[in-house]
Design a protein around this ligand. Structure first.
Ligand code: ADP
Length: 349
């Protein structure tokens, strides 16, 4: 069915009014078969139709425009730039209803997208807050338990007093790790922590990180090694301290989720504009169904093992943020009881 526009309405009304005028003319003046009658009357009818058409069209458009102007203005208030606003709001020609329809539809779609985005953010915020309080609750309750036992006389019991104080200290450490990682992630997410790019040797940096983690690795008889003999001429352009965090988190994870007498190997591949860096272990690995979620905040495959190792569950989320802030990518391949390989790129100099 065709749409009713002011133009069409004006045309129909003007024809109806003109026909009515014609009938009235015939009724009051009568039919006279004169020459001027046969020429003038149809001419007058045509002129009447045209005049009425324009008058009605103008009045209708004015009337409709005055009614919808407010709605139209409200919709455009934030959306359009000044020039656009002028063009749309002052123009009363053309298919106004069609234009307004289109604008209202666009406006409604934009609002729907905004509302969907807000809903998503709301769910994310709720989940995030829930996760944070859950993460902090466990060490806090543990701490409370130890302190209450010590207060109830345990402080004088040489069998438990030192042990409970050490456990309390561990729980405090865990809360500090969570809070520090939360701060890092929030700075990365708000874009406050933009990378401070410098040129440095990536192999030398990995050597430093390996030395730092060596005591922890040897505690579990895990060997940290390079896949080949690399010299220190592999220079990258990146934020050295942030990339240190990336290597520390990934190598630390390879130890935490490694096996006794296992090994962690770091390899470098020259890829034209970038270096591809791989950190692979022969540890517990991850089942396929978990792989796509590993970089989510607080996602852990084995919650118990992660907490026992003092993990905040934020390490890989931080790593991903840092690599993406460098406009680079990170991937993971893994298989349960075989091992995991995390690979990412850095810009070559
Ligand atoms: P967490 O503090 O729990 O280690 P991460 O964000 O660093 O947090 O890692 C998330 C989860 O990914 C870990 O809990 C673990 O289940 C899994 N994971 C990370 N690295 C490895 C790895 N090298 N081998 C096996 N699983 C890993």
């Amino acid at each position: 069915m065709s749409e009713t526009t002011p133009r069409r309405l004006a045309l129909i009304l003007s024809i109806i009014l003109s026909v009515l005028a014609g009938i009235l003319f015939l009724v009051f003046v009568g039919v006279e078969n004169k020459i001027y009658f046969r020429i003038l009357v149809p001419l007058a009818f045509l002129v009447l139709v045209v005049i009425q058409y324009f008058v009605l069209r103008f009045s209708l458009e004015r009337f409709i425009y005055s009614r919808i102007k407010l709605v139209y203005k409200t919709i455009h208030k934030q959306k359009l730039a000044k020039d656009d606003k002028k063009e749309h709001v002052t123009s009363i020609h053309g298919d106004i209803i069609g234009k307004v329809n289109e604008e209202v539809e666009n406006w409604a779609n934009d609002r729907k997208d905004e509302i969907d985005e807000l809903k998503k953010m709301e769910v994310y915020r709720r989940e995030f807050l829930g996760n944070v309080s859950h993460e902090l609750k466990t060490p806090l309750f543990n701490l409370q338990g130890f302190v209450l036992t010590l207060m109830d006389g345990g402080i004088h019991d040489t069998n438990i007093n030192l042990n409970y104080l050490e456990k309390s200290q561990k729980n405090i450490e865990r809360m500090i790790t969570i809070v520090e990682d939360l701060e890092v992630i929030s700075r990365l997410e708000t874009g406050e922590a933009t990378p401070l790019l410098t040129n440095f040797s990536v192999t030398a940096l990995v050597r430093e990180v390996m030395e730092f983690l060596e005591p922890k690795a040897s505690e579990r008889q895990i060997k940290l090694m390079f896949a080949a003999e690399y010299n220190d001429n592999m220079i990258v352009n990146a934020d050295k301290e942030k990339i240190r965090t990336v290597f520390t988190n990934l190598i630390d994870n390879s130890i935490k989720y490694g096996i006794q007498n296992g090994r962690t190997k770091v390899s470098f591949y020259d890829m034209d504009e970038n270096y591809l860096i791989e950190i692979s272990d022969n540890g517990v690995g991850v089942d396929e169904q978990h792989i796509s979620r590993l970089f989510e905040r607080f996602y852990r495959v084995d919650k118990h093992r992660s907490r026992a190792q003092g993990g905040s569950g934020l390490g890989l989320a931080i790593v991903k943020h840092i690599i993406e802030a460098h406009d680079q990518t990170i991937n993971v391949r893994s298989a349960a009881r075989v091992g995991s390989t995390f690979s990412f790129t850095l810009k070559k100099v």
